[in-house]
Design a protein around this ligand. Sequence first.
Ligand code: ADP
Ligand code: ZN
Length: 210
Amino acid sequence: MNLILLGAPGAGKGTQAEAISAKLGIPQISTGNMLREAVKNGTELGMKAKAAMDSGALVSDDIVIGILKDRIAEPDAKNGYILDGFPRTVTQAEALDSMGVTIDHVLEIHVEDQRIIDRMSGRRVCVACGASYHVQYKPTKVEGVCDACGGEAAQRADDAPETVLSRLQVYQEKTAPLKAYYEKTGKLLTVEGQEEVADTTKLVFETLGI
Ligand code: ADP
Ligand code: ZN
């Protein structure tokens, strides 16, 4: 099963992608996590991506399409995967189509902007493994420490309030048009993001029939 998760930054794509990944045994492929890893390792790609990411802008289509293409060619992606954060522009969606990838479902997690802004301030991401948490809705057992790997769970630079607003704008402008793109193919499913992570997960599983 090949899935795409759509939704504004902070809508909970990463968290739900982790849950689907655990349930179906297929990898979560997060371009955001891959780019952060590249930034952390100071690779050439990371250096190109860093300024755009910190300011809340999108990394160029060429770069992201390149890393995605390599990633889905890896052996663990053979039986399917969950794309989390890709595609984010119509150009990226067209690139995916021309790679010959068949998408089974596109699942949009819908959350109102004001709730997103409230949520982002509490988001924490593991610096080491990319697992995501929220101080209120999905806290780590020990404050600031990742449950999964013991790494540091920290606030991302781009979760600063002024950056969140511009990321929401970028989403409306560049990514929201993908809803119409996939609606035309009959593959778009939408769930309403709930207060509790577990409630959203339940809806997601029901909607996907898994
Ligand atoms: P969020 O969904 O919370 O915005 P991500 O972790 O998915 O966060 O992405 C963080 C940043 O990485 C984005 O703001 C953007 O700069 C960059 N990025 C991730 N995926 C893409 C993509 N498919 N195309 C362009 N830029 C991307
Ligand atoms: Zn971790």
